[in-house]
Write a protein that binds this ligand. Structure first.
Ligand code: NI
Ligand code: MN
Length: 228
């Protein structure tokens, strides 16, 4: 069984694992880096890390069209439910649940989470997924560096998805420090080059990371995939 991850630009990721299709932070409309439109997205599950518009994105529209289940923190899951999304699943930081696609735990994230209409989006999160064949994937999504990444790394990560854009999240230097705590086999950078404010050279960062750590950096262009 392979697990295939596709970057759609910004923090939007498609994940195919065990025959299920997931999209993490499905932001297509208004995402200048997106390689496809929201209408073209197929999904069984949508994972939303926090309430900001560039992460909530098209989740409600995709869920209503495809029947996908939205998984997020309890506040955001309830907010989608109030908008007529039929299937939602609320969790919270530190809590895991066995979903059909694997065991999903919500992790800490240092960030904000206000929803686009000003509602309380609870606390932001990242995702730690153990696939049904035992691969561990950590999606940090929007966060600053925090020392408890070491605890996440102790689970033994095959792949970490880390922001490097700076300003709203970790920049390249703190993302390198995060890798030293997480010690994943592979890392994919996200949340950069969407707008000029988030401009970064991922290939320069890759050289730096691979010189200082054992982790291999996979730099994707929007629409490209990586399989484990
Ligand atoms: Ni955000
Ligand atoms: Mn963001």
């Amino acid at each position: 069984m392979t697990t295939k991850l596709t970057w759609h630009g910004h923090a939007t990721l498609g994940l195919e694992t065990g025959g299920y299709q997931l999209v993490i932070d499905p932001f297509f409309s208004g995402n200048p880096a997106a390689d496809i439109t929201a209408d073209a997205v197929q999904a069984d599950f949508l994972l939303v890390s926090h309430g900001h518009g560039d992460h909530v994105g098209d989740a409600a529209a995709i869920a209503k069209r495809t029947g996908a289940t939205i998984i997020s923190n309890f506040e955001i899951a309830s907010w989608f439910g109030a908008q007529g999304v039929e299937k939602t699943h609320g969790q919270h930081q530190g809590g895991g649940h066995q979903h059909p696609f694997g065991y999903l735990k919500l992790t800490l994230a240092l960030h904000g989470s206000m929803l686009p209409d000003g509602s309380n989006g609870g606390n932001p999160c990242g995702f730690l997924l153990t696939t049904n064949d035992g691969h561990k994937l950590y999606f940090a999504q929007d966060t600053g560096l925090f020392g408890d990444m070491k605890l996440i790394g102790e689970e033994g990560l095959d792949l970490a998805i880390l922001p490097i854009g700076d300003n709203y999240t970790m920049g390249p230097d703190d993302a390198l420090r995060a890798i030293k705590l997480l010690e994943p086999k592979f890392v994919i950078p996200i949340h950069y080059n969407t707008w000029d404010l988030l401009a970064q050279d991922a290939n320069v960062w890759k050289e730096h990371v691979e010189r200082e750590t054992q982790t291999k950096v996979i730099v994707l262009k929007p629409g490209e995939s990586f399989s484990i």
